[in-house]
Design a protein around this ligand. Sequence first.
Ligand code: BGC
Length: 270
Amino acid sequence: MRELTKKLKEQSALITGANTGIGKAVAVALANEGANVVINYVSHPELAAGVVDEIKFNGGVAIALQADVSKEDQVQAMFQEMYEQFGTIDILVNNAGLQKDSSIEHMTLADWQLVIDVNLTGQFLCAREAIKEFLRRGIVAERSCAAGKIICMSSVHEVIPWGGHVNYAASKGGIMQLMKSMAQELAPKKIRVNSIAPGAIQTQINRNAWETPQALQSLLTLIPYNRIGQPEDIGKCAAWLASDEADYITGATIFVDGGMTLYPGFSTNG
Ligand code: BGC
C-alpha cells in the first residue's frame, strides 16, 4: 500500500553536490518518495558512498557519480553514465554550491570566478543536459504529467544583499533569472523549473554562524521563527516540488527560511 503512495515512484533524479548537507537531505527525501537517485559529488567519495548506502539500506536505489559541475565535459559524461544506469532523467536538483567569502577589496578574481563557475555556470550546464533529455523523451504519463522538473537551489541571498559575500550573492541573483527565464521558455514544453531559497540551514557552509551559543543567538535575531533550519526542511520541500502535487508551479522561488526574508529588523523599528 505504502508503495502506491510514493510521489516519485520510478522517476530518476540527479542531485548535484549530494554527498553532504542540503544535497544529501534532498537525495534521501527523493529516494524515500521512490525516486532512483544519482548522488553527484566532486570530492570525498566516501561521503557519497555513505549516502548511497543509507538510501539502499532504506530500500531505495542510488548510485554515486563524480563530476565537477563547472566543467562541461565532466557534466556531459555524468549524464551519459546516468542514462546508461537509469535510462533517463525526470528530475534535476541543481544543488552544488560553495562560498569563498571576503570583503570586496580583497576578493581575488579567482575567488569571484570559482563561485560564479560552480554556483551559476554549473546550474546552466546541468540544466542544459537535463533539458535535452526532457525534450527528446517527452512526457511519460505513468511517471509524471510533466516532461521534466528542475529545482534550482538558490538562497535568501537571491534577494537579500550580502556584504562580504558579493560573489555568492551575485551567483544567487543570477540563479533567480536563470530559473525564471528557463521556466518561461520551457513551460509550453511541460517542463517545470523552480527554485528553493533556503535561509540559514545548519550545515558546514555556515558553521561559523551556529557553532558557538553567541553566534547562534546572533543568527536567531535574523530568523523570526526562532530556530535554525535543518537540511530535512529543504528535502521535504524538494520532494513535494518535484512531484505532480506541485504540477501548476513553475517559475517560482519557494523561500524555506523561517521568515528570514520578512525583514525582522522592522518588527520593532522603522
Ligand atoms: C548561505 C549561508 C547563510 C544563509 C543565510 C545561505 O545561502 O550559504 O552561509 O547562513 O544563506 O544567510
